[in-house]
Design a protein around this ligand. Structure first.
Ligand SMILES: O=C(O)[C@@H](O)C(=O)CO
Ligand SMILES: [Mg+2]
Length: 255
């Protein structure tokens, strides 16, 4: 069975963010991930991790003004300076918090636009170099259009092509099983084919994004295949619990 990381942005919302680290540890998780820690000082996040005794698995670079619709600046021509600020801020946090991976969001942009494509490649190179310098891996994640309309990186094969083209040893794919199933299906073949470039995996039921084992996929079989493929990283539990987070953790015993 893979090692699971609790996603503290979606899970343990019964308590404030600062208390979710201990809640995850008490529920048996050895690692956690979260989207954006930037409302809190990095030192506090590092302390919450340390006191709870859980490891960080992943967090995201700042996306810009989320409420205003920003979903990252990496593919946005003309926003390169803002983009570099987000990378530098994430790196400041990663130095203090420690994390094996940072996720760089692409932004809302036309995936076929030449200028957006060029800007995204330049951004990737900049971020992959900068994160390599501090020993943190960089990941990119294709997102489905239903949840993230207009998102630049909306196709797994295109993400794989971009990674191959850039050929940077520090750049990997974040394979979110939930998004994969909605966008393309063929989850097991996708995992098998892309395993050499996968840095981080996330999971949730499809279509409701609840506990694994409650949707249209055979999640138990998928986790078995991850073992068979030799995946040694974390699987982030990026799902919205149907009810109480701890009460809903029975799926882990069932698989
Ligand atoms: O799948 C997701 O939505 C997240 O992993 C993310 O980073 C963007 O919201
Ligand atoms: Mg995800």
């Amino acid at each position: 069975m893979p090692r699971f990381a609790a996603n503290l942005t979606m899970m343990f919302n019964e308590v404030p963010f600062s208390q979710r680290f201990k809640a995850a540890a008490d529920a048996g998780f050895g690692a956690v991930e979260f989207l954006f820690p930037y409302d809190h000082p990095a030192e506090s996040v590092a302390e919450w991790l340390q006191v709870a005794g859980v490891r960080p698995a992943l967090f995201n670079m700042p996306p810009g003004d989320w409420a205003a619709g920003d979903r990252g600046y990496a593919a946005l021509p003309g926003r390169q300076e803002d983009f570099r600020h987000t990378v530098n801020k994430a790196i400041d946090y990663a130095r203090i918090i420690g994390t094996p991976f940072l996720h760089m969001m692409a932004g809302i942009a036309d995936g076929t636009d030449a200028a957006a494509k060029r800007t995204y490649r330049d951004s990737l190179k900049f971020a992959a170099d900068a994160t390599a310098e501090i020993g943190v891996g960089l990941v990119i994640e294709p997102l489905n259009k239903r949840d993230m309309p207009g998102y630049f990186l909306d196709d797994f094969d295109r993400a794989a092509d971009i990674i191959a083209e850039l050929d940077h040893p520090n750049l990997k794919l974040q394979f979110d099983i939930y998004h994969r199933q909605i966008m393309h299906g063929d989850v097991l073949k996708g995992l098998e084919k892309m395993m050499p470039i996968i840095g981080h995996i996330q999971t949730a039921s499809v279509p409701k994004r609840n506990e694994p084992g409650t949707g249209e996929l055979n999640d138990a079989r998928i986790f078995q295949v991850l073992d068979e493929l030799g995946y040694g990283g974390y699987v982030g539990c990026e799902y919205r619990p149907t009810g109480d987070t701890v009460a809903g953790l029975g799926w882990m015993q069932a698989i």
